[in-house]
Design a protein around this ligand. Structure first.
Ligand code: FAD
Length: 670
């Protein structure tokens, strides 16, 4: 009998569950899997501060569900669920009702304000993509307005940024602000000393989940960059532009960011399921100290089932479960691992085998303080500085690989390194500088012309005159290998010629200087220099001789293994025609700037094959390097690719092949 599985929320937990279920039921038409989310993309929550702090572009934290699920059987629906009737097994939005047999509930979390007066109304939060964008625009705006403000008191207030909470969200946000401050100050000619970035934490230290040595390192780094860390400082209230501290003092600020509490989301709160220890809807009474409540976090069994309904599986930030006397933390690893356990137990129910009990397997924490510094404790290995940052990137890439393949990893590398502005990565701007496409135009035309000449040259040599008995199984003509007449007959002596040519060249240079008769002393020096230079260069060429020498080890192996085999199986007419057409084709494509990436890639491959066959000259190797340069979109400037590539991408990204394997060029088009 058919089963409907509904996954509510495509966060870390929802995706982990949906992917596992889709893999299991890939070929089972009786099982349907629907994922409903209010956004069309999976939000990388752990990187939100990077968007809020203007380090990376907004798209870097959004992975479209169309990409994540490609051609898998998961049906993604864009909708906002407003209520779930657990007795009737159905979830509803304003317009739709979704029936289910099993429900995975992963609607995530929201900030918790603990009932402290004025906080909710007067603070920014960082718990969604929209929150991050709001902050990003606001900070840009504040600097622009502050520069025009002449009243020093008002200006000071505008340039004071208060982050409440010294947990990972607060510290990561403050770290971004420290870096962004420098960029904005340089842009608006504001002295760095005018800007205050204050972290306020109620506990005696920041980052309580970290060991003391690591949190000390973070504190030292932040203070060195002029952050103010106020610990043991509970916030007791807020008003517009004012944060009230327990000791009676206040902080005047234009930007108050609240990261000090997290709870299940408001939607989940209204669901009728048993919640964490403080029960349903616990709010502190007026005048009482705020209590932590567990709203939106549902009690689950060790199989990750709701204690009320065994077919409902809360995951990630939506569950409350005590393991080793502590509640599961609201972190990514909890979400992924509980999502996977939920999926496993749904499969167990459907297939009638034994369920699995949840057991966490945490690997540690990684915290960035801006793009250049971080600390981590992963699998017992403590790191700081660039090593910790490298670890954080590796972990992120590992996650993205599992979610949307190499394509998303490449997007990540682009956002974090290759397109990084203002040097805000631990390798600074290394790799981020971009060449303008139009500078490549002369090279593109020249390389194209060389290939066209080479193809025409082969026709002139009789490559297509089969009736007259022309037969060449090699790819070389004097056009490319300018030394040596006939490739096959000259091949054996090709290497000698090549190195002889080098000798001639350097000998010739020596002669040139020698012929300038500046006296016997100069001649002697020149002769000695000639000999020395020749010896050095010969030494260098000799290193490469296994490749460039026709009879070298590499080229002999390559020729006898691949080329001879190919020649034995292909009619020589076909082979010769193919080579001539490919060469002229590459040339014309480059000249027209049409499918330049492919033309450059084929050019590189041809040159590598030539080289490995021992039939390329060292001074032709520039073909390969020029090919690499042209891979970077050289045809998009003054070339037909300007119009053709977008159309091609649109078609390709919609194909089943691209969608199944995440082989997208940019993003999906379906
Ligand atoms: C700034 C920041 C930094 C963080 N850094 C770290 C870190 O370094 N390491 C770490 O482990 N954890 C970190 N976390 C915590 C981590 O992001 C969460 O624990 C994790 O996202 C929880 O995953 P989830 O699947 O439960 O929910 P989420 O990832 O929040 O996903 C919930 C999904 O449900 C959807 N949804 C919600 N309500 C509805 C509805 N009514 N209808 C339809 N769809 C709905 C949302 O659109 C969303 O896609 C950080 C969090 C933040 C905000």
């Amino acid at each position: 009998m058919g089963k409907n599985i509904l996954v509510l929320g495509g966060g870390y937990g929802g995706i982990a569950a949906a992917k596992k279920l889709a893999k299991q039921y890939k070929n089972n038409e009786d099982i349907s899997i629907t994922l409903v989310d209010k956004h069309p993309f999976h939000t990388l929550m752990t990187e939100l501060h990077e968007v809020a702090g203007h380090r990376v572009e907004p798209d870097s934290v959004r992975v479209p569900y169309a990409k994540v699920f490609g051609v898998s059987k998961v049906k993604v629906v864009l909708d906002t669920i407003t209520c779930v009737n657990f007795k009737e097994n159905q979830a509803s939005s304003a317009t739709q009702t979704y029936k289910y047999d099993y429900l995975v509930l992963g609607a995530g979390a929201e900030p918790e304000f603990f009932g402290i007066p004025g906080i909710k109304e007067n603070s920014f939060t960082l718990w969604s993509f929209d929150d991050a964008m709001k902050l990003r625009y606001h900070v840009d705006d504040v600097f622009e307005k502050a520069v025009a403000e002449q009243d020093p008191k008002k200006r000071r207030k505008m340039l004071t940024f208060v982050v409440a909470g010294g947990g990972f969200t607060g510290i990561e946000m403050a770290g971004e602000l420290l870096e962004w401050r420098d960029v904005m100050c340089a842009k608006w000619l504001i002295a760095g000393s005018e800007v205050r970035i204050v972290v306020v934490e109620a506990l005696p230290h920041i980052l309580p989940m970290l060991e003391e040595d690591l949190r000390d390192k973070v504190a030292v780094y932040m203070k060195k960059h002029n952050a103010e860390l106020m610990v043991n400082t509970p916030i007791v209230g807020a008003e517009p532009g004012v944060v009230k501290l327990k000791d009676g003092s206040v902080l005047e600020t234009g930007t108050f960011i609240w990261t000090a509490g997290v709870t299940g989301c408001a939607f989940a709160e209204c669901l009728d399921l048993a919640k964490g220890p403080f029960g349903r809807n616990t709010e502190s009474a007026p005048g009482e100290p705020p209590k932590r409540n567990r709203k939106g976090r549902f009690l689950v069994t060790d199989e990750m089932r709701s204690v009320d309904y065994s077919n409902v599986f809360p995951v990630g930030d939506n569950l409350w479960f005590i393991e080793n006397e502590k509640p599961l933390p609201q972190i990514v690893e909890t979400a992924i691992q509980t999502g996977e356990t939920a999926a496993h137990n749904i499969i167990a129910d459907i297939e009638g085998h034994g369920p699995k009990k949840f057991k966490s397997n945490y690997h540690g924490f990684m915290i960035s303080v801006g793009g250049k510094y971080g600390v981590s404790n992963a699998m017992g290995i403590k790191l700081s500085g660039i090593f910790a940052m490298a670890m954080k990137h590796i972990v992120n890439l590992h996650y993205l690989l599992s979610v949307a393949g190499f394509n998303q990893c490449w997007e990540y590398i682009k956002h974090e390194f290759l397109e990084m502005q203002h040097g805000r990565s631990f390798v600074r701007g290394f790799g981020a500088y971009k060449t303008r496409g139009y500078w490549l135009l002369p090279l593109r035309l020249w390389l194209g012309l060389m290939w066209v000449f080479e193809g025409i040259n082969k026709i002139g040599e009789g490559w297509l005159s089969w009736g007259e008995g022309s037969k060449s199984t090699w790819m070389f003509s004097p056009g490319v290998l300018q030394k040596g007449a006939d490739a096959v007959s000259a091949a054996a002596s090709g290497a000698d010629d090549l190195f002889g040519a080098a000798d001639d060249l350097f000998g010739g240079a020596g002669d040139l200087f020698g012929s300038v008769d500046l006296g016997a002393g100069v001649d002697a020096v020149s002769a000695a220099t000639d000999a020395g230079t020749e010896a050095v260069f010969n030494g260098v060429w000799n290193l490469a001789s296994p490749i460039f020498d026709f009879n070298g080890v590499v080229s002999t192996w390559f020729r006898t293994t691949f080329m001879d085999g190919m020649a034995a199986n292909l009619p020589f007419e076909f082979f010769q025609l193919m080579i001539v057409l490919v060469e002229i084709g590459i040339g014309l494509a480059m000249i027209g700037g049409l499918f330049t990436w492919w033309a450059a890639a084929v050019s590189i491959v041809m040159c590598i094959v030539f080289t490995l066959s021992g039939m390329f000259a060292w001074n032709q190797v520039w073909f390969v390097f020029a090919g690499f340069l042209l891979l970077g979109g050289a045809g998009r400037a003054f070339g037909l690719d300007c119009w053709v590539v977008p159309l091609f991408k649109k078609w390709w990204n919609g194909t089943r092949l691209a969608r199944r394997n995440y082989w997208y060029l940019d993003g999906p088009s379906k």
